[in-house]
Design a protein around this ligand. Structure first.
Ligand code: NAP
Length: 256
């Protein structure tokens, strides 16, 4: 879809988009008229998201890439440029959990979480930023979390999610003069495979975990991936060009 400012096609990259929040964001951005690169570790796993988008009349491409690996990301971005057009929207959503209490956490579990969330978000923006600068338009969204404020059993994840907030603000400062905004979305409890895995780790049936969590949230429900997709849709819109360097908590209340 052409930009209203005549800068050509609008193409988005959404990482970790095979399922959960990433899939919902990819579908929403496609519905908003963007061509969407659906990036995840396993290309075949992206088929469902791509099918949902294309059957609704949108344009999407499945790409297998490991965001923690710079070469893999560079290759993926080259494919996006060739097959969908130069990317001007990047949503860093790929994420993993390796939860444990500090005294039991391995260095590998620390490093794995840093590699996917922090190095991953660095790799994608590093590879895509020149296309945004050339277009004089760009929108970057990084998925943080209410866990950035601290969460038992998540010393690695909370550090990474807090790190993404500083990363976001610095991107906003460096890239603002090129028409590029960078913002973070910090979700609270969103019902996905990730929160199902947390329920399993703490030994609580997922339905009970959802019910208990909803009772602690001011709006009295847990979030759905579409709640995050709606916020992403606003942040990537052309009208949101004066919103940059912000962390938007989407948590059904002021915090988790
Ligand atoms: P999810 O259901 O676990 O989905 C995450 C996706 O990221 C998976 O498809 C996963 O692929 C992919 N991924 C993992 N490592 C990757 C890598 N190295 N390269 C490319 N893709 C990779 O998680 P979600 O709940 O939708 O969460 C999405 C994002 O929101 C994450 O950043 C998460 O930290 C954040 N978040 C979630 C919540 C929540 O309550 N759910 C709250 C706050 C923040 P595989 O399936 O192959 O592993």
């Amino acid at each position: 879809m052409p930009n209203t400012d005549g800068t050509g096609s609008r193409t988005a990259i959404v990482t970790g988009a095979a399922r959960g929040i990433g899939a919902a964001i990819a579908q929403r951005l496609a519905a908003d008229g963007l061509s969407v690169a659906v990036v995840d570790l396993d290309e075949a796993a992206c088929a469902g998201t791509v099918e949902t988008i294309t059957s609704a009349g949108g344009r999407a491409l499945a790409i297998g890439a490991d965001v923690s690996d710079a070469t893999s990301v560079d290759t993926a971005v080259e494919r996006v440029v060739d097959e969908l057009g130069a990317p001007t929207v990047v949503v860093n959503n790929a994420g993993i959990l390796r939860d444990n209490l500090l005294f039991k956490m391995s260095v590998d579990d620390w490093d794995a979480v840093m590699a996917v969330h922090l190095r991953g978000a660095f790799n994608t923006v590093k590879a895509a930023q020149k296309h945004m600068v050339e277009a004089k338009f760009g929108r970057i969204i990084n998925l943080s979390s209410t866990s950035a404020l601290g969460n038992r059993g998540q010393v690695n994840y909370s550090a990474a999610k807090a790190g993404l907030q500083g990363y976001t603000k610095t991107l906003a400062i460096e890239l603002g003069k090129f028409g590029v905004t960078a913002n973070a979305i910090a979700p609270g409890f969103i019902q996905t495979d990730m929160t199902a895995a947390t329920a399993e780790r703490v030994g609580v049936p997922f339905d009970d975990f959802i019910k208990y969590s909803a009772e602690q949230i001011p709006v009295q429900r847990v979030g759905q991936p579409e709640d995050i997709a709606h916020t992403a849709s606003f942040l990537i819109s052309e009208g949101a060009g004066f919103v940059s360097g912000q962390v938007i908590y989407v948590a059904g209340g002021p915090k988790d």
